[in-house]
Design a protein around this ligand. Structure first.
Ligand SMILES: [Zn+2]
Length: 1157
């Protein structure tokens, strides 16, 4: 629990001394106010207050004293800092940050934290600081930075007392960033934690269900929502929201039966939702939409009326009302409703379009044009091109003739079929007054004498002329009114038969949340989370009423709920400061702060140059907690570790006796890992397309020539193409041809990726309008036989197309002008869909005996199994890493950008007959690519992305590019980033190897730590592997040896410390041992590797299922581990012995090892 690195009491007490001095000063004539001193009691009370209390401290009513105390403390600290003239203990700033945070004065908290950050070199040891900083960033929607700060906390202190709160917020932020996988993981980690948190577990479950819905996994979402409804004592607000969500999903999606059935379900859910919360304007609105869609007009009006009464005005509601009126042939009422909608939200594209249609139908094309123009200006307008065409048409119409709109051109008919009904209405005159449906009975639609609609409103914000009702007042909660997810896939509503342009246009979630930046738009969280908003509105408004600081309110800071546009200003300016100027003037002195956002920013720090953009005019300057320290997973070690190992061991043993670790060797925590900044100096532009290191083999002797191995593993060569390997070794690649594969195992499973066929050096969005990094593909499965069929038919088809083109070309050559015109106007997309057969597992020795045997002809260093391959020392199978995988391709099949698992090397042989094109970026640029991924809302480790070569060129990232022909082996060196596209029809085989080099080991461990930081599982269990290496391998490279030894030492210390702590707490450690090839263990919750001491629930232990937890996850579910047994797999003596006997080997031995393999 005591996770704060600095003792807060020390800070406060230090202040106490200062206060005494101040008091003395006061006696000597300085006139200070009494409030500038703190009593001992006050100081003691303040000693326990830091960021960890955020959301849990009450500041009003009973908590008013805390508030007063915090205010007083802040005044004292501020005056003290003023007096100290720069010589201030940095902890004071940290504490000042905490106090301001607790008082929700975010800008002051930020600036205090910033000062602390700039003064304190090892700020990263202070979990409470990082947590407070994360909360402030979160408040400002600076998700990019908030995520980093929170990840820092979890990395340096996995047992942090607010880990649950952090996971919850990470889940929310990743959801907004469309990183759904990470989002789900963090929500689940929050859910298993039984510690207190600002959201209830029902609310977290709600978010998980909503996450499914956001990903359009409607059936899983429905299941999760329904399961949530079974929860006992489900809070009414959550219940109402869940039912509302279910209702709306049934209305929009085809989850059950026909339209009548699904609407009846939807209505039932919404009615139940209203039973749980009768005041939800949103539910009333949805209910109205449901009634409207089944023609229950009267019910629809009543529901809309209720909605407006309950939730203040919403543009969506008014727009729907307009549609309903329009359908009822009440154009004047429709007009008023639409005006209301655009008054509330001037950017409401749907309302503008509906209004335009209305004008058109009343033969007022000029007004219609104005409305359509307004619609196209809205960022939510999704069919701009159709609208533009319509505007053009109307303008043309106006020029040619201004009489009648019921033209006979095809275009006209196509366009206005939806308004046909309405045309009819206008021609027959308006409905009789007594049939008039009334909604705004007390407001009374403005009476207009003739059938022409007032035309003056279309151009502006529609304020003139129309007297409007109380309902139209702008809502405080406008930004909370859901727009996005509510309307996803929404095609059927009241306006369904008013088709075409007048249909409601709803942007999808993807459009909204895949914005260009990392949560820069403050509205994102809201728009993405109408449910959360809904969940919180109630509570927030409660707290507003009573004036209390509701804890839930903190997660959705008040700034979000204020008004539409003002929300944007402060946070975005704060963020833009962060991205554009990597340092504030203040931070320049630390000379090591760079922005993760800017790939170039690292340059400033390396050469210590001044900053171009260092002026910070904004009040709020986000501190940039990033690259202060380089990636220091393996600190540069002195050789001294080795001689002193005996002492270390003694110290370790002593640990068991007196519980104190008295070694002089510091095994303290490492700073959180950071991606490397762009290498400096930047490469000149003409060096950005380097030639690919290639080796041409003529015969078998060439292949076994030792320098080949050295060349490949040389860190200076990120990739090596070994040309003609198969020929030189007389490998029978035919064993991997599609024909042989089908004969061998036709029913074998193939994972299929459905992709878009794109030019190899470009990646376009599906519509072909812009280049993007995201490259998504759908996953499915088939068999080798079926994929083979597809591969063959794809080839046939292409032959046929080729022939057709040839004939066409003949025709065209007669008329050259057409050809050139066509090519000039050629547009990207729509793209053809292709299927890529990937990750076909060839691990089974019986099934693939011949194939695997053929690969033993390879030189040792590229072989699947060899003594010099680290992956052969793991002791168990890691599918696709120390086993072979096969890929079956058609042209365009893409392996998106990636580094190999844990940065291991990889070997890839092209079987042919076609070629593959490779793109390769050296390891030290991975940080730059990681930045690009983050900017594009992609997860570098988990998402699929295809780099934009222009971006890379601009960022001075070198890209190796080459063709891999059949029989060529591509060696990807440790950590090299690469992406591959098939040029022709071909198969490839690939696997990983781990050469016994310092570079490989270092990069593997670094990635192991980075994975931990990112909550991603490491496929290679590096701890387990390191111990196996110590047991099995003599290492002759001193650097490699030191690194392994250091890691072993750290693990040894951890094991010993944990064991002691458990025993001291009265927890039995039960001997369990391990079987010979037992795989390494991972925590079933957080997927971190668990070594030696396994935490297994009593139940699982009894059932002998042995589901493993790490200590932190175990404690989250059971604080004092009462539900767990601790199983021990190694004797401490044994580990110590292995450690002791692991010694630096001689060169001769190392040589004999590699030649024996
Ligand atoms: Zn865990």
């Amino acid at each position: 629990m005591n996770s704060c690195g600095v003792s807060l009491t020390t800070a406060v007490l230090a202040f106490g001394d200062e206060a005494k001095k101040m008091a003395a000063g006061k006696a000597s004539g300085d006139s200070q106010e009494e409030s500038f001193t703190l009593t001992l009691e006050e100081r003691q009370a303040l000693g326990g207050m830091d960021s960890r209390l955020f959301g849990f401290v009450r500041l009003h009513e009973d908590g008013a004293r805390s508030k007063t105390l915090l205010g007083k403390a802040i005044r004292c600290y501020e005056s003290l800092i003023l007096k100290a003239e720069g010589k201030v203990d940095s902890n004071l700033f940290c504490q000042l940050g905490h106090f301001n945070l607790l008082l929700e004065d975010y800008s002051k908290a930020l600036s205090a934290y910033q000062r602390y950050y700039s003064l304190q070199d090892d700020y990263w040891k202070n979990a409470a600081f990082l947590y407070g900083l994360g909360l402030v960033y979160f408040y400002y929607n600076a998700f990019h930075w908030a995520i980093k700060a929170f990840q820092d906390v979890l990395y340096i202190d996995p047992s942090f007392c607010r880990a649950k709160e952090i996971h919850l917020r990470l889940g929310l932020m990743f959801k907004v960033n469309t990183d759904y996988r990470s989002s789900l993981k963090h929500f689940q980690l929050a859910l298993i934690d039984c510690n207190p948190c600002t959201l209830s577990s029902a609310e977290i479950q709600f978010h998980i269900a909503h996450l499914h819905e956001t990903q359009r996994k409607y059936h899983s979402a429905k299941e999760a929502y329904e399961q949530l409804l079974q929860t006992e004592n489900l809070p009414a607000q959550v219940k109402a929201t869940v039912l509302q969500q279910l209702g709306w999903m049934h209305h929009n999606m085809d989850l059950v039966g026909d339209k009548a059935t699904k609407e009846s379900y939807a209505i039932q859910y919404l009615q139940k939702s209203l039973e749980a919360d009768p005041n939800s304007g949103q539910s009333w609105y949805f209910l109205g939409r449901c009634y409207s869609s089944i023609g229950k007009v009267q019910d629809a009006f009543i529901s809309y009326r209720q909605s407006i009464d309950k939730s203040e005005a919403s543009a969506d509601t008014w727009c729907s009302i307009g549609v309903l009126y329009q359908q009822q042939n009440q154009p004047m009422d429709a007009l008023q409703a639409y005006i209301c909608a655009v008054q509330l939200d001037h950017g409401h594209a749907a309302a503008w379009m509906d209004l335009g249609t209305l004008y058109e139908s009343c033969n007022q094309p000029q007004d219609a044009i104005k409305c359509y123009l307004n619609a196209t200006r809205s960022k939510h307008c999704s069919n701009t091109s159709t609208l533009a065409a319509r505007i053009k048409f109307l303008q043309g119409l106006h020029k040619s003739q201004s009489s009648c709109l019921s033209g006979t051109t095809e275009e006209q008919l196509l366009f206005s079929t939806g308004c046909a009904q309405y045309h009819q209405a206008t021609s027959t005159g308006f409905k009789k007054q007594n049939e008039h449906l009334t909604l705004c009975s007390n407001s009374g639609p403005q009476k207009v004498a003739d059938s022409h609609l007032p035309s003056h409103i279309a151009t502006s914000n529609g304020q003139q002329g129309i007297i409007f009702t109380k309902e139209s007042k702008p809502s405080k909660h406008r930004s909370l009114v859901p727009e996005t997810s509510r309307h996803t896939g929404d095609t059927s509503n009241g306006s369904a038969d008013v088709n075409g342009l007048s249909n409601h246009v709803h942007h999808t979630i993807a459009d909204v949340v895949s914005g260009p930046n990392h949560g820069v738009s403050p509205n994102l969280l809201i728009s993405d989370n109408p449910q959360l908003s809904a969940l919180l509105i109630g509570k927030a408004s409660d707290s507003m009423g009573t004036g209390t600081c509701d804890k839930v309110n903190n997660i959705r800071p008040t700034v979000h709920t204020k008004t539409d546009n003002s929300v944007v200003s402060l946070p975005s300016s704060a963020i833009s400061t962060a991205t554009s100027s990597p340092k504030s003037t203040e931070q320049t002195s630390t000379n090591s702060v760079t922005s993760l956002n800017s790939s170039h920013s690292g340059l400033h720090t390396v050469n210590g140059e001044g900053l171009e953009n260092s002026q910070s005019s904004t009040k709020i300057d986000l501190p940039l907690v990033s690259h202060r320290s380089a990636c220091q997973i393996i600190p540069s070690m002195s050789v001294s570790i080795c001689p002193s190992s005996a002492e270390v061991l003694k110290a370790c043993r002593n640990l068991g006796k007196n519980g104190l670790f008295n070694s002089c060797i510091s095994l303290d925590k490492c700073p959180p890992p950071r991606p490397p900044t762009s290498p400096y100096p930047p490469l000149p532009k003409d060096k950005l397309n380097p030639p690919t290191p290639s080796i041409y083999l003529e015969n078998k002797r060439d292949a076994f020539f030792p320098p080949l191995h050295q060349f490949c593993t040389n860190p200076k060569n990120p990739v090596t193409v070994i040309r003609g390997l198969a020929g030189a070794l007389k490998l029978d690649l035919g064993l991997f041809s599609t024909k042989t594969l089908v004969e061998a195992n036709n029913e074998h499973m193939v994972e299929v990726r459905t992709q878009l066929l794109q030019p190899s050096d470009e990646n376009w969005d599906p519509t072909g309008t812009k280049k993007i990094w995201r490259c998504e593909s759908n996953r499915s499965h088939t068999t080798i036989a079926k994929y083979a069929q597809y591969q063959a038919s794809s080839f046939q088809e292409s032959l046929r197309e080729e022939n057709e083109k040839r004939t066409q070309h003949k025709d065209h050559s007669d008329n050259e002008s057409t050809t050139s015109e066509n090519s000039g106007r050629r547009k990207k997309g729509p793209f053809k869909t292709i299927k890529f057969g990937t990750n076909i597992d060839l691990s089974d020795n019986k099934k693939w005996k011949l194939q695997l045997h053929e690969l033993t002809k390879l030189p040792a260093f590229v072989r699947v199994v060899s003594a010099g391959n680290l992956l052969s020392h793991v002791g168990h199978t890691i599918l696709g890493m120390n086993t072979v995988q096969l890929y079956m391709k058609v042209p365009g099949s893409r392996t998106p950008g990636h580094q190999e698992n844990n940065n291991f090397c990889s070997v890839n042989i092209n079987i042919g007959p076609g070629d593959c094109e490779w793109f390769v970026v050296p390891e030290d640029y991975w940080g730059v690519l990681n930045d690009f991924c983050e900017k594009n809302n992609l997860n570098f480790l988990m998402s699929s992305w295809w780099p934009n070569l222009e971006d890379l060129y601009e960022a001075n990232v070198p890209v190796y590019r080459f063709i891999q022909r059949p029989g060529d082996l591509v060696w990807i060196n440790a950590g090299t980033v690469h992406w591959v596209q098939a040029v022709g029809w071909c198969n490839n085989i690939a696997w990983n190897v781990g050469p016994l080099t310092a570079c490989q080991y270092k990069l593997a461990v670094e990635r192991y730590e980075w994975n931990k930081f990112q909550s991603v599982k490491s496929l290679v269990p590096m701890v387990h592997l390191s111990w196996n290496m110590a047991r099995n391998i003599k290492v002759s490279d001193p650097k490699l040896f030191e690194m392994i030894k250091y890691c072993l030492l750290k693990i040894l210390k951890q094991c010993q410390t944990l064991r002691e702590a458990l025993i001291a707490a009265g927890k039995d450690v039960i001997w369990h041992g391990r079987t010979n090839d037992e795989p390494a263990h991972y925590c079933s919750i957080c997927e971190v590797e668990v070594f030696n001491l396994l935490f297994v629930t009593i139940e699982s232990n009894t059932q002998k299922t042995y589901i493993v937890h790490c200590q932190d996850c175990a404690r989250k579910t059971s604080r004092s581990l009462e539900n767990f047994v601790v199983l021990e797999q190694y004797k401490m003596e044994d580990l110590i012995q292995v450690y002791d006997q692991f010694k630096l080997g001689s060169d001769r031995y190392a040589l004999s090892l590699s030649s024996s393999s």
